[in-house]
Each structure stands twice: as C-alpha cells, then as structure tokens.
Design a protein. Structure first.
Length: 229
C-alpha cells in the first residue's frame, strides 16, 4: 500500500479525546506559578508573599490528593499509579518513536506525580512550621524540642532543592517525549484534549462542582493546619 492510500486510513483511525479535566489542568499550572512565586518572593525578601504562596500551594496539593480519589479517571491514583517495575519497563522504550496511546499518565509519569506531590507536601508543611516558629505564634513552637525544630528548618531547604531537581527532571522528560517520541504532552495539559487512536477508551470526566466542593474543603484544612502548626 502506498503512502497516499495509507494517509486517509491513518487519519480516520485517530479521534480527539478529552483526557484532562479543568481542575487537574488548573492545579498543574497554578502550582507551577506558585512555586515560581515562592522562589521570586524569597529572593526579593518579600516573605509575606512567600508565605501566602506556600499556603495557597498547600491548599492546592490537599485538593489534588482528594481529587486523586474522587476526580476524573485520569486524575485518580488507582488509574495511573503503577509499580516501579512497570515504570522501568516503560522507560526502556523511551527513545523509541511510536504512536501515543496514553490517555493519562504513563507508568513513569505516574510515579513522578507521586514524588512531586510528596515533595510539595513536605515543603509546604515544613514552611508553615518555620514561619510560625519565626513569628512565635505557632501552637507547636513551645512544645517542639529545639533539635527537632532545627531539623524541620533544615528539611525545608533540602526538600526545596529536591523539588527543584524533580521539576527539572519532569521538564526534561516532557522535552524527550516531544522531540524523540513525538508526543506533545504540553498542549493537552492546556486544552484538555488529545488526539489518540480511536480504540483508546475515553476517560470519564467528573463534574467541576465536585472539584469546587473539594477545593473549599482543602482551603479549610489549610487554614486549620496554619493555625495548628
């Protein structure tokens, strides 16, 4: 079969699929913006903005954890979290150019999501404690031994470095998938849509109203943690 006859058949076998819901996309880009804001405000010694960015990031991370159990198919941990063995098997073909059949996170990407979320939780919670400890108004300030307080403060900086390294690896992986495998992972995270083979099932997209409720719960939990810690 020549290329002229193969082209239409190949085009007909591809369909536009909604893969990322709006809450997941907003979480992704807002978190990136807040991490950048936290860095810039720290460098500029605008610590009030730094604290606000950290608290907002914590609220978003709590929301993403809840959304990982109650959100759309591609956002649920049960759908994309795989074993390290499967992640390594997937990475064995990372330099092979092949059609994109992934509606959500691939096995390696799913583990990276867990790493990033864990680092964000550690960074924001330790940041809350450090800020309250410095301001001398946290409930734990008087009961936490000095050596533990110093360890939390040190962890805040170590986790930050680890977070930056993980973000750099994440961006590198996106570039490799785009240049070598020919998979555009950025555009779907902006539009929510992706062109996939027609036999790939379309994920279920959960109502945004549920996301709004969970975001309110996340904001309340963040306020409670800020008061407690």
């Amino acid at each position: 079969m020549d290329s002229s006859s193969a082209g239409p058949a190949q085009t007909a076998s591809v369909s536009k699929v909604a893969v990322w819901d709006l809450p997941t996309r907003l979480f992704h880009w807002l978190t990136a913006l807040l991490v950048l804001t936290a860095y810039v405000s720290w460098r500029a010694d605008l610590m009030d903005w730094h604290v606000r960015a950290g608290e907002a990031a914590l609220a978003l991370v709590i929301f993403r954890l809840l959304w990982g159990f109650a959100g759309s198919d591609t956002a649920r941990f049960s759908r994309f979290v795989k074993t390290p063995r499967l992640a390594l098997q997937h990475l064995a073909h990372v330099f092979r150019r092949e059609p994109d059949r992934q509606a959500g996170h691939n096995p390696a990407g799913g583990l990276m999501v867990l790493v990033l979320l864990a680092l964000l939780v550690g960074e924001t919670l330790s940041g809350l404690y450090v800020q309250n400890d410095v301001a001398d108004h946290g409930h734990l300030t008087d009961v936490v031994p000095a050596r533990i307080a110093n360890a939390i403060s040190a962890a805040h900086w170590l986790i930050w470095d680890a977070l930056l390294a993980a973000i750099a690896l994440h961006v590198l992986a996106i570039a490799i998938y785009g240049v070598i495998k020919g998979h555009n992972l950025v555009a779907p995270m902006i539009s929510g849509w992706k062109r996939l083979p027609a036999d790939v099932p379309q994920p279920h997209i959960t109502s945004a109203w549920r996301a709004a409720v969970l975001l309110c719960v996340s904001a309340l939990l963040t306020a409670a943690l800020a008061t407690l810690i």
